[in-house]
Design a protein around this ligand. Sequence first.
Ligand code: GDP
Length: 574
Amino acid sequence: MKIRQPIITILGHVDHGKTTLLDKIRKTAVAQKEAGGITQHIGATEVPIEVIEKIAEPIRDILKFELKIPGLLFIDTPGHEAFSNLRKRGGSIADLAIVVIDINEGIMPQTKEAIEICKQFRVPFIIAANKIDKIPGWESREGSFIKNYQRQSDRAKQELENRVYNLVSQLYELGFESDIFFRIEDFRKTVAIVPVSAKTGEGIPELLLLTAGLAQRFLTKKLEIDENSPGKGVILEKKKDKGIYYLDVILYDGVIRKGDTIAFYGIEGPIITKVRGLFKAKPLTEIREKSNFIPVNEAHAAAGIRILTPENDKALAGSPLYVIRNNQSKILEQIKEEISSIVFEEKEGLVVKADTLGTLEAIVNILKSKGIKVSKAGIGEITKEDIIKAQSQKDEKYRVILAFNVSPIESPVPIIYDNVIYRLLEKYEEFLKQLEEQKKLSILDRLTPVAKIEIIPGLVFRRKDPAIVGVKVIGKIKPNVLLMNEEGKIIGRVKSIQKEGVSLKEAENDEVAIAIEGVTVGRQIKEGDTLYTYIREEEFKEYKKHKDLLNETQKTILKEIAQIMRKQNPTWGL
Ligand code: GDP
């Protein structure tokens, strides 16, 4: 048994400093040349444990135990999309995540999503509370946060504490106990917050030491592997270089050798093939000329490697990749079963298409956690079948396709595109909101409009058959609405509305001429009268149900109408 390097990913909201932090970690490690610097992998960077010990020397005593892990393997691409492809049945091959939060901004939508994803894939995480150099009065410098903390003014310390407190309460709302790392007693129960500056390098020693310490303390079972067992990995990316497809793979268990038979999941189902070429990244010290890759005969976990097989073009990122020794049928079954929970078809729900298995799984899981059903989860471009499936949905909210990183096409059903998971979901939520609005508007459209009208003195154009009078409309009228007087008596129907000789379909808060059927001016109505649109009791109740859609004028007029009606019938509209 050997203990392998824990695989670490960096997540967080856009612009909170993921890329800068990863760069700073690399640079800090590379500066420790005598201690070994870093080892470059494909798609990942390894910081050996000697380097971490060296960087964290001044604060080494915050860990009370010896570090036995060989180092930390950082995935080179921060963010959800790469993380999604690190998927593994029911979890992730990432052992630990660093969630970067700009301490001055606090938790943002993608921070929430990052934490949600960690929770869902059961990946423990620590918080890098970044950009402490921007705290008013804070004098940031490279190196230990604890050592530097003592040098700060009381005011700066207070400013930091306020921000940490703010993070702690925001995390509490998301269901997590958290605290600044040096106050934590039980790291199993409390999420550690490590203040850092990716700009100056402050706090990097603490961040590295804690990451290593927590991984070793709580994940050792997961990290113990048999070096010579058949390799297990995941396809992080499929890359095309000079017309040839390569698979960038993170190996998390066992060994893979050139010539090995391997299985992975492809566009058309599971694939069995042979490893034709195996490549590692060139060491950092070598001048990187034509190629950054060197061919090797074998690789041991954990490692980031590049694989060449005759079937690479069909491979899917996010797929598991297994070395087969004499367990071919078992592994094929395993892959099929595993994929059946990601690529599936059911009756009711949304159609979701994505370019990789990992992103598809992440999107579907988030949708399901929000109670949104999925009728089809598929990989690749949108097909006619997808459109038909979406069109056939009974529920309007499912008559739409969510498309992640696939090409736009013409479609009679709406398609929501994006290549950022949280934006795709936001756009769908927006779509749902609009649908809701439309539904409400169409409810209002079916009801008799609410209006109070005054017959303007001196503007009687015709006394009867029909009567034509000038009116001031407060609210809205349409042809065909019934009008009543202030006693609640129906006096006639609006036959037509005109303004400056033009017929109108409606009039809102305006002065117009209306023709009223069935009345004679001087008998049922006279100049200066106030009339209302006649609202039936059921309609009034509908209006009450959708109060939020009414403006103040409409509400006032409805109140007046109710008062009139209740003179005859005290329980009207109640
Ligand atoms: P990402 O989108 O999370 O990868 O964020 P980036 O690493 O690209 O950083 C976004 C911006 O914040 C860039 O302009 C960085 O220079 C800046 N930035 C990142 N970390 C720090 C920090 O610790 N302090 C300050 N002042 N700026 C930072």
